[in-house]
Write a protein that binds this ligand. Structure first.
Ligand code: AMP
Ligand code: MG
Length: 404
């Protein structure tokens, strides 16, 4: 077992536990939002499928319209119309025009369009107060070319990408199944909300904040409830957990006599590392139980969320082969000081505001037992080991993209 790792070393070991391909499943587009593509998607069509107009107006021959102006309009003979989806069957000859509407194919013979605002209908004809131009003609394949791959395995399906898949002609997509993530809370004092709280009890908040984080990372949470701090109880629950891709436990990984998670995993599994030089979340543990990777998250509500975000989320991204990074950082001006810690990388919770200049202030009480810092903070403020941030200094921040 390794111990006292840097954040970077710990992350590498966690990612090293990702193995095997997740199976894929086929879903109709309407069920695929937030899923990750397991296949490359090539366009089945050209879009537009022929040259079409980007505006409402009149298609004609540009040469007929040169010099048209409000003072000396050009008159063309109107020979028909082409709404979107109903191409004009004939041909545009010299001195002729066809009324066209956005998305309609450019009729044969025409090479330019004048916008409707620069025209006036007059009897069988139309007056042009400006020359027609080819700039509002969208060439065939301008948007999508048949056979070209626009979405790739590992791409998260966002609203725009669902639309793109549809635009390419795909009614269904192959996506990875969602990884199943067990969530088990440990602690004699932990009580489910809704039950009376005994003296010294604490409601099981970790199960729900972790459930949220797992869903947000594309996983399928499997709530395993809570177990007392007894090795037999813990083992029994783990054995009945069913198939999982990752197990999260919370609590029981510190130095105390009742910290049974570490002891059980040492005896029954294999502990890869314990303790990372970071705050909050220092007692984090990574183990294997059979073939199952286990992240032993510290019990404090902020610690369990921060460690899942820093390690569990990247694990799930890698497992789903996601092409986008699990988090990214930017720099902001600190509006309040942030304390660091000796020998530890520190992740304070802050409120980040983006404007002409990014600024970040503390959420207030930074104790790892105060969950409000994760409920209302929208960023982690990163302070390197032995560092310290004074008001006005620039600091690295990692946005928590799921908090507004
Ligand atoms: P532990 O890591 O087991 O030493 O727990 C550290 C702190 O987190 C203690 O104050 C626990 O009461 C609290 N805690 C542990 N598990 C949970 C949980 N599931 N929900 C909320 N708080 C918890
Ligand atoms: Mg405990």
């Amino acid at each position: 077992m390794r111990t006292n790792l840097s954040v970077e070393e710990a992350l590498e070991l966690v990612l090293g536990e990702v193995r095997g391909d997740l199976e894929a499943e086929e879903l109709p587009l309407r069920e695929a939002l937030g899923r990750v593509l397991a296949e490359d998607l090539a366009s089945l069509v050209d879009h537009p499928d022929q040259d079409d107009t980007a505006i409402d107006g009149y298609a004609c021959r540009q040469a007929d319209t040169l010099g048209a102006s409000p003072e000396s309009p050009v008159r063309l003979r109107l020979i028909g119309e082409a709404p979107a989806g109903r191409p004009f069957p004939g041909r545009v000859g010299p001195g002729e025009a066809v009324a066209v509407y956005t998305g309609a194919p450019i009729p044969e013979g025409a090479d330019a369009v004048v916008r409707v605002e620069d025209t006036r209908r007059e009897g069988e004809g139309v007056l042009l107060f400006a020359p027609a131009s080819p700039k509002d003609i969208r060439p065939k394949g301008d948007d999508l070319k048949r056979g070209e791959v626009y979405l790739r395995r590992g791409d998260l399906l966002t609203p725009g990408r669902l639309g793109l898949a549809a635009a390419m002609g795909h009614p269904r997509v192959r996506v990875f199944r969602r990884p199943r993530v067990g969530i088990l809370s440990t602690g004699d004092e932990v009580v489910e909300p809704g039950e009376p709280l005994p003296f010294g009890g604490v409601y099981n908040s970790n199960a729900y904040s972790l459930l949220g984080l797992v869903l947000e990372a594309g996983g399928e949470p499997v709530l395993l409830g809570k177990v007392e701090d007894r090795p037999e109880a813990l083992l029994e629950r783990l054995e009945g957990a069913g198939p999982l891709d990752l197990l999260l436990t919370s609590g029981g990984v510190s130095m105390g006599a009742y910290d049974v998670v570490r002891r059980v995993l040492e005896e029954r599994g294999e502990v890869v590392f314990w303790k990372v030089k970071q705050q909050p979340g220092g007692p984090l543990l990574l183990a294997r139980l059979g073939g199952l990777p286990v992240l032993g998250l510290p019990g404090n509500p902020v610690s369990s969320m921060v460690t899942f975000f820093l390690y569990g989320r990247p694990f799930l991204f890698r497992l789903q082969e996601r092409t986008d990074p699990p988090y990214a950082s930017l720099w902001a001006k600190a509006l309040t000081p942030f304390r660091g810690a000796k020998g530890k990388k520190v992740f304070r919770r802050g409120v980040l505001a983006l404007g002409e200049e990014a600024v970040v202030r503390t959420t207030g009480n930074q104790s790892s037992g105060v969950l409000r810092s994760m409920a209302f903070g929208n960023a982690l403020v990163v302070i390197p080991p032995d560092g310290e941030v004074r008001e006005g200094e620039r600091v690295e921040v990692i946005p928590l993209t799921f908090v507004p």
